[in-house]
Write a protein that binds this ligand. Structure first.
Ligand SMILES: Cc1cc2nc3c(=O)[nH]c(=O)nc-3n(C[C@H](O)[C@H](O)[C@H](O)COP(=O)(O)O)c2cc1C
Ligand code: SF4
Length: 394
């Protein structure tokens, strides 16, 4: 594929050029390159990757682990699947670079249960990389750098994509989020320092080592560097997986995908705010409209209360039930949406539920309950005209 303007991921690269460049550097220099690039994690939270790697590198332990989060459970997200199937070498290269940087000897690829069909393919690439000397002992001729990668399957729970629940699941426990601190960079898999990174983050890190932090920084905007993959679905002419420089406006993105007539867009999937047309000048970036990459487009025929109902049903099903705000709150939010649809929700009750939603954002233990009210609140606040138009408030 020819290099395209604004593309970091979807370009042809010399195989293993990132790893070869990394192995010519010290571990500290590799981490410095990633830090200088300004790369932020592509799994949703946007944590600076170089900082995470540095913390794990600095932790003292007999063993350390690199975990690739390939659970990809956010509704409307499917960009990691493309990387897992078509950029497999680049991902394994990124994991190996991360292993070298933090001093780990083992990488674990936690693969979404529904992606079982990709397992054979990934294993065959792992085997080939062994024969090529890019996995196993003394990788790339670097004496003493031994690293191997294993695949572990997820079992279909969305919450297992949360990094501490993922680690619990890897250890054979029920997949429930842990209290933090301690953070996985100190106490992760098997109690050892562990970095958990998204698939796209690791592929991007390999690109940065190949082409340099300065090259990477020419893409994107001030506090959000580089490009990003987007899984685009819903009411648009050209759904699919796209790569855009970070900082593209929502209007610009909709123009590219044939969604100019949209009434609203969920830029962070079911966990993000639903953005109405009046705000389409916002940029899609960590500082403005953050996203893990799921872009769901809603046309004018969509009923926004149907959207809220659909998202909340998902969260009610997927809540692990460990903490009260999320376990009890999501069903109450869902019930309020049903009342609104029936025209049976008083303004007073709606205000109480909004306040409950805000409490959930603050008091839930993990990102699931902290973010599940986002879509509900934005729909109630931004589409009041639509909701009030149909609901006789008592
Ligand atoms: C409920 C929930 C589900 C998540 N699912 C995923 C996922 O499928 N893939 C992912 O990379 N991150 C997911 N995350 C974010 C991870 O906890 C973590 O922040 C991420 O893997 C870190 O990688 P990064 O720094 O490369 O972004 C999820 C978080 C929550 C709260
Ligand atoms: S917020 Fe929800 S998913 Fe997260 S720990 Fe609490 S109950 Fe479990």
């Amino acid at each position: 594929m020819p290099e395209r303007k604004g593309h970091i991921i979807f370009i042809d690269m010399e195989p293993n050029s990132g790893l070869v460049s990394a192995l010519a550097k010290t571990r500290t220099e590799v981490i410095a390159e990633v830090r200088n690039s300004g790369l932020r994690g592509r799994g949703g939270a946007g944590f600076p990757t170089g900082v995470k790697w540095n913390l794990a590198a600095a932790a003292e332990s007999d063993r350390k682990f690199v975990v690739c989060n390939a659970d990809e459970g956010e509704p409307g997200t499917f960009k990691d699947r493309v990387l897992l199937s078509e950029y497999t070498d680049d991902l394994l290269e990124g994991m190996t670079i991360a292993g070298y940087a933090i001093g780990a000897d083992t990488g674990i690829l936690y693969l979404r249960g529904e992606y079982e069909y990709l397992r054979k393919h990934i294993e065959s690439v792992i085997d080939r990389r062994h024969t090529e000397g890019f996995l196993g002992k003394d990788i790339g001729g670097k004496q003493g750098f031994d690293f191997d990668i294993h695949i572990r399957m997820g079992s279909g729970a969305y919450v297992c994509g949360e990094e501490t629940a993922l680690i619990e699941s890897l250890e054979g426990q029920r997949g429930e989020p842990r209290n933090r601190p301690p953070f996985p960079v100190d106490t992760g898999y098997m109690g050892r320092p562990t970095i958990v990174n998204n698939v796209e983050t690791l592929v991007t890190a390999a690109r940065i080592l190949a082409k340099g932090a300065d090259w990477f920084k020419t893409f994107g905007m001030d506090r959000s560097k580089g490009s990003k993959l987007y899984s685009v679905s819903g009411d648009c002419a050209r759904p699919g997986v796209y790569e855009f420089p970070i900082g593209i406006t929502i209007a610009g993105l909709l123009g590219e995908i044939g969604g100019e007539d949209a009434k609203a867009v969920a830029v962070g999937g079911a966990s993000g705010r639903v953005i109405p047309a009046k705000d389409f000048a916002s940029t899609v970036a960590f500082v403005d409209a953050p996203t893990g990459g799921s872009v769901i487009v809603f046309g004018h025929d969509r009923d926004m209360l149907d959207v809220a109902e659909n998202f909340l049903e998902f969260f009610v099903d997927e809540s692990c039930g460990q903490c009260t705000p999320c376990r009890e709150g999501n069903p109450k939010l869902l019930n309020a949406v049903l009342l609104l649809k029936d025209g049976d929700c008083s303004i007073g009750y709606l205000r109480e539920i909004e306040s409950l939603a805000e409490t959930m954002q603050l008091a839930s233990k993990c990102g699931l309950g902290q973010s599940s009210p986002n879509a509900f609140l934005s729909i109630i606040q931004e589409f009041t005209h639509e909701i009030f138009g149909r609901t006789p408030m008592l």
